[in-house]
Design a protein around this ligand. Structure first.
Ligand code: F6P
Length: 372
């Protein structure tokens, strides 16, 4: 057991998702009850660390938050301390400063022996320079996108899939009544995990993911094939990062001052337009957006978040440094935080869900439905 850990900080960076509060609770209660530690919560992600904004997390303060969506600490996906936006130069280009040393000072001034860092790849990238400067960070993998390297699953993903599946189920009944094609654009950034999983769970007829570029003609064939078989409607689950074989990903906004400058979106509307024009069938599209990040976590995410929070704290107390709690093959393990901070885990093209979906004639826009 580590004798030197007495006081820890919890920071949660990047976009929020269901289950963050469950992690905060698990970390704080394990730290307080099992190890007698003092726990501080850092407000609004790394921005709060830069600005030295922290609150004490007593056991009372983290009681009753297991089921609450969002994060009681606030979060921020605009601040990377090693590349902090400080305004534009005379040519209008963004200027950045490295404030890592300032963050190290804030950690030391507050006598924090370690940080539990709850976040996705962007947040772990923010933590990496601190790790390199000797601050002990233990990561907990959080993101609805499920694209974190080093872990088979992130918390938040299951809740987002539940919300997306519910939306696709609802679109199913109205699509059937009106004999329409309904397209639902879901989140996930460059990974298709949410679209694939909710698409399979809802029995969507077409699933479009970034990992498999699509052809509009093939989607239209799948839709028309259903029409010829007497099915008067079709449901398309479309990842925000999906793209045509001969086209680029679509973005709604690009902000070079942000650590992750591109906001994907617009592909659902494009597919609806093209499919409507080419098939003559009425089409509608829905963009699910941030609804996927809101509300109470599913029981699976509450459990996963609790396991992650407990494991991260125990790792720390056993002397680990610069590690991330991960789930691999159903077991809690740990991995090098710096290695997990690099890149994104995309859907493998031979993933069992893809094979199973193809077997039941779901189209991925690359094969005609009747070739599956
Ligand atoms: O990474 C989580 C996520 O919700 C992505 O799925 C999405 O592309 C992005 O964040 C949206 O970011 P913001 O909250 O800044 O609009």
């Amino acid at each position: 057991m580590s004798q030197s850990i007495k006081r820890i900080g919890i920071v949660t960076g990047g976009g929020d998702c269901p289950g963050i509060n469950a992690v905060i609770r698990a970390v704080a209660k394990t730290a307080i009850y099992q190890h007698g530690l003092q726990v501080l919560g850092i407000e609004d992600g790394f921005l709060g660390l830069l600005e030295n904004r922290m609150i004490e997390l007593s056991s009372e303060r983290v009681s009753g938050i297991l089921t609450r969506g969002g994060t009681i600490l606030g979060t921020n996906n605009r601040c990377d301390p090693s590349r902090h936006y400080v305004g534009n130069d005379e040519d209008g280009n963004p200027r950045f400063e490295d404030l890592t040393d300032h963050c190290v000072k804030v950690v030391k001034r507050n006598e924090l022996d370690a940080l539990i860092v709850i976040g996705g790849d962007g947040t772990m990238e923010c933590a990496a320079p601190l790790v390199k400067k000797g601050i002990n960070c233990i990561g907990v993998p959080k993101t609805i996108d499920n694209d974190m390297v080093g872990t088979d699953i992130t918390f938040g993903f299951h809740s987002a899939v539940a919300i997306a599946t519910d939306a696709l189920d609802k679109l199913h009944s109205t699509a059937a009544s009106h004999h329409r094609v309904m397209i639902c654009e879901v989140m996930g950034r460059n990974a298709g995990w949410i679209a694939l999983t909710s698409g399979v769970a809802s029995g969507s007829d077409v699933i479009l993911i970034p990992e498999i570029p699509f052809s509009i003609d093939v989607i239209c064939e799948a839709v028309m094939s259903r029409t010829h078989r007497g099915r008067g409607f079709s449901i398309i689950a479309c990842a925000e990062g999906a793209r045509p074989i001969d086209g680029e990903k679509m973005a709604t906004n690009v902000d070079p001052t942000l650590p992750d400058p591109i906001r994907l979106g617009g592909i659902g509307a494009y597919v609806a337009d093209e499919v409507g024009k080419k098939t003559g069938i009425e089409t509608r599209h829905t963009v699910l957006g941030h609804i996927q990040r809101g509300g109470t976590p599913t029981p699976q995410d509450r459990i996963l978040a609790t396991l992650f929070g407990h494991h991260a704290t125990e790792l720390l107390m056993k002397g680990a440094s610069g590690r991330m709690a991960v789930m691999r093959e159903g077991k809690m393990q740990d991995a090098d935080l710096l290695e997990c901070a690099v890149g994104q885990r995309l859907v493998e093209l031979d993933h069992p869900l893809i094979r199973a979906a193809r077997a039941v004639r779901t189209s991925f826009g690359e094969y005609a439905a009747n070739e599956a």
